[in-house]
Ligand binder design. Structure first.
Ligand SMILES: Cc1cc2nc3c(=O)[nH]c(=O)nc-3n(C[C@H](O)[C@H](O)[C@H](O)COP(=O)(O)OP(=O)(O)OC[C@H]3O[C@@H](n4cnc5c(N)ncnc54)[C@H](O)[C@@H]3O)c2cc1C
Length: 403
């Protein structure tokens, strides 16, 4: 019997929802299963965290015609300033130097979620099952069957797991996962400094771990402050004045005095990745395939490139009359994505480790490295292209070309 759907996406977070938006209108019958109610307040990761969208990710949203709505909530990043607490070296990446209007854009996950959910509810070729939780999966030669918690059963040619870092699909289908625990957590909050941020994003390596400040509307900045797990409770218990004083000590005075801090939230940090993102008729995208330390703000940027590449491979297969869930088609996706996934994971992890080490000769080396970068435009250019998500073989959507 022919499966009811061409494609079932499990998970309506940023990756799953973007994939559904990308594949809609391509002659495919789509289903999306999301465990939470399809409201921004109900989805776990559509929270207050700020997402730095790379230039390449912005182009994907432009190609999907989602950017005009997102742009209203976005703050451009004109410059990135990288420094180390107590060190002499620093470097800057500059949009003007790169010939672009902005290196990236900052949106809150909440605003991004709202835009994506609005689009999902308008897609006529998508059946949205939410709230509905996937319980079991049965892989067959010609199709894949998915059982939902309330007893309903769906079938498709291809199953896409976009169900996040604790992916049930990944677990049930026994994908091999590698994991690295950092014993660190990210404390996130909005802070208001006394000086205007001038659309500069700051990355500062401190004795506890990296600290990022991203520009937001109304002269606020989104703080992502990495602290050791042992310190987490203490940091959360600080009153506002103590929090701001300690932040000031770590960050310095480039933004003047920190005056206000909003609600704080905490996220435990780890890195995970799969060696192979394809099994039978199932494929992993986004956090289901990899989670990263947020030091370089690359998690979703990597995930949306998975989405854009998979959408392209599936649509091409469909146009050629191939089975989009076949091993041959899915291998094209896996081969395409493998290097980007490995490269970004390695670079992010190296950054965390390199800057976590307090050994004096290494500190000196790091600072000389930052000075070297500042003095070497070609090296800075390479770094800026990677940070903008414009390095390597780009999917059509990331080049701003529709599917
Ligand atoms: C503090 C912090 C800052 C960050 N900053 C950045 C940044 O600046 N730039 C950047 O690119 N990235 C950033 N990230 C990473 C980014 O948030 C993630 O990469 C992104 O949220 C992952 O989206 P996803 O859709 O893959 O997974 P998720 O957001 O985890 O979505 C998974 C969805 O699947 C659903 N689900 C789970 N199990 C089931 C089931 N069995 N059945 C049905 N549905 C299910 C869940 O309800 C959820 O909605 C940051 C992360 C953190 C923690």
């Amino acid at each position: 019997m022919k499966p009811a759907y061409d494609l079932i996406v499990v998970g309506g977070g940023m990756a799953g929802a973007t994939l559904a938006a990308a594949l809609s209108g391509q002659g495919l019958k789509l289903a999306l299963v999301e465990a939470a109610e399809p409201r921004v307040e109900a989805l776990p990761n559509y929270d207050d965290r700020a997402i730095a969208l790379a230039r390449g990710s912005q182009r994907i949203f432009e190609a999907l015609d989602l950017w005009p709505e997102l742009a209203r909530h976005a703050t451009p990043i004109r410059r990135i300033h990288v420094s180390e607490e107590g060190g002499f070296g620093f470097t800057r990446l500059d949009a003007q130097e790169e010939g672009v209007a902005a290196l990236g854009q900052v949106v809150t996950a909440r605003d991004l979620g709202a835009v994506l959910l609005r689009r999902l509810s308008a897609l006529e070729d998508l059946d949205l099952f939410a709230p509905a939780r996937v319980r079991w999966i049965a892989m067959e030669a010609e199709s894949v069957r998915v059982g939902l918690e309330e007893g309903r059963e769906l079938s498709a040619t291809l199953l896409v797991a976009a169900d996040g870092g604790r992916s049930l699909v990944r677990r049930q289908l026994c994908f091999e996962v590698h994991r690295r625990e950092y014993r660190q957590s990210a404390v996130i909050a909005n802070v208001t400094p006394s000086k205007p941020h001038r659309e500069v994003a700051f990355e500062r390596f401190t004795r506890n771990g990296p600290l990022a400040l991203l520009p937001l509307h109304e002269e606020r900045c989104a703080l992502v402050w990495t602290v050791a797990d042992e310190q987490r409770e203490e940091v959360l218990a600080w009153d506002d004045a103590t929090f701001l004083r300690n932040l000031q000590r770590r960050f310095g005075w480039r933004l003047g005095r920190f005056q206000r801090v909003g609600k704080r939230a905490v996220h435990p940090l780890s890195q995970s990745w799969v060696g192979d993102s394809v099994k039978g008729r199932a494929v992993l995208v986004g956090n289901a395939a990899h989670t990263l330390h947020p030091v370089a703000g690359q998690g979703f940027n990597l995930g949306i490139r998975d989405v854009a590449a998979l959408a392209e491979v599936v649509v091409e297969a469909q146009r050629r009359g191939e089975d989009p869930g076949s091993e041959a088609v899915l291998r094209r996706y896996e081969q395409w994505r493998r290097n980007d996934r490995r490269g970004v994971a390695l670079a992010t992890d190296s950054l965390v480790r390199l800057f976590s080490n307090r050994w004096p000769p290494l500190r000196l080396g790091r600072n000389l490295g930052l000075v070297g970068l500042e003095l070497c435009p070609p090296a800075r250019h390479g770094l800026a292209r990677a940070a903008m998500g414009l390095a390597g073989r780009l999917p059509r959507l990331a080049r701003g070309v529709p599917l």
